[in-house]
Design a protein around this ligand. Structure first.
Ligand code: 13P
Ligand code: 13P
Ligand code: MG
Ligand code: MG
Length: 388
């Protein structure tokens, strides 16, 4: 028996932080919570939880108004505005960083904040997990989501639970072209991997259970640099996943984060580094503004109420993952400004590096090369004509 519809909205923004891009200030969280309390009192929200992932302010909200609702987005926008006022008073670093526009026009998408929203029919027991990352980008979720919903070496339920044995469908966004494609696993697994391995461009947006189209996951896919056209900060994505009863168990969801895979972000949003799962108390970036971190909070949703949270990575079972992340961080850091630690040229386009390179432009002189350069581009990946 399914219950009433409820929408879970996680909307986040970096509105300024303490001591550089390190951690939010408690007064900004309090200012945002005040706005959400008022919305709850008015009956706009059923419930909310305000927290942070490093320097990102995270609003976790439940309501009955569906996704993309102007009232909910407006409430989040006001919360960010009020928090920004406090950030400015305190002189916090990069106050208002992610609020790219002055005027709100009904929806925060494209205005800077990251948004993950899912309308669900509440099950009698509805466990959900909210993941929040700092110093990385939405494509950071590609690998763990693939493992959770398509890899039987991660998720035993894909083999042994008849309710998910048919597999899952993945909606993948091309964030450069603004297009999406839906691929079905296991049969289109290789096609899916061919896309989502390019994490800066092809990003998993939603996951659905194939047998009944039930939505199991959603990711915030806003890419700040693509919206602003320049580097303003990393996108620091969030995701909402549902667990159990014919969906991956909580432990199958968390298992995907036991491997600290390499993600883009870290210092100046320009470096690859390992994604380290941490409890809320370690949700703050230090070494080289990192390493990139992820926090996972577990809730039960009951009649729209958020019961919890459980701080899911606050466990010794993830100590070795964190240790491996530190070793990988140490290893890759020694590359300094060299690739593959530093991101490749396409991603660096949105940083301040082109300004540095511009200075050298006139100093290049022609040299005779023995071979003519052949440019080969995959039409699929670049969207451009192939030149042979
Ligand atoms: P579900 O019936 O909720 O899928 O529980 C199975 C389980 O949790 C095994 O770990
Ligand atoms: P944020 O994207 O978390 O604000 O970090 C920006 C940065 O430049 C870190 O070095
Ligand atoms: Mg910041
Ligand atoms: Mg951040």
């Amino acid at each position: 028996m399914l219950g009433e519809k409820v929408t879970i909205s996680v909307i986040k923004a970096d509105i300024g932080s303490l001591a550089g891009h390190h951690v939010t200030h408690p007064d900004t969280l309090a200012a945002a919570a005040k706005v959400l309390s008022e919305a709850k009192r008015k009956g706009i929200l059923i419930d909310f939880y305000v927290t942070h992932a490093g320097d990102d302010l995270e609003l976790i909200m439940t309501h009955r108004r569906g996704v993309d609702d102007p009232e909910i987005h407006g409430t989040a926008w006001n919360a960010f505005k009020e928090a920004t006022k406090v950030a400015k008073e305190l002189g916090l670093y990069a106050s208002g960083q992610d609020l790219l526009s002055e005027a709100f026009s009904g929806n925060v998408r494209g205005m800077g904040p990251g948004v993950a929203e899912m309308e669900i029919e509440e099950r009698p027991s509805e466990p959900i997990v909210v993941f929040m990352a700092d110093k990385t980008e939405p494509g950071a979720f590609n690998l763990p989501l693939f493992k959770i919903f398509a890899d039987p070496f991660n998720t035993a339920g894909l083999i042994i639970d008849p309710r998910m044995h048919e597999g899952f469908k993945f909606q993948v966004l091309d964030v450069y072209e603004g297009k999406s494609v839906t691929l079905s696993c296991p049969e289109e697994m290789y096609d899916l991997l061919a896309l989502i391995g390019t994490t800066g461009r092809y990003v998993i947006k939603r996951v659905f259970r194939k047998s009944d189209e039930l939505q199991a996951a959603v990711v915030s896919t806003e890419r700040l640099n693509l919206i602003a056209g320049k580097y303003v900060g990393k996108d620091d994505p969030v995701a909402i996943l549902r667990a159990q009863h014919g969906l991956p168990a909580l432990g199958e969801i968390l298992e995907a984060f036991a491997f600290p895979h390499m993600v883009a972000g870290w210092m100046r949003g320009s470096h690859y580094g390992p994604l380290m799962p941490v409890p809320e108390k370690y949700s703050k970036c230090t070494r080289f503004d990192g390493p990139p971190r992820i926090v996972g909070l577990g809730f039960q949703v009951k009649n729209g109420r958020l019961v919890g949270p459980a701080d899911l990575f606050d466990d010794v079972a993830f100590d070795e993952t964190r240790r491996l992340a530190q070793i990988v961080a140490e290893y890759i850091r020694r590359h300094g400004p060299f690739m593959p630690h530093r991101l490749g040229p396409e991603e660096m386009e949105y940083t301040t590096l082109p300004q540095v390179l511009e200075k050298l432009r006139d100093r290049f002189v022609e040299v005779k090369v023995a071979t003519k350069a052949i440019i080969r581009r995959s039409e699929m990946l670049s969207g451009e004509e192939r030149v042979d």
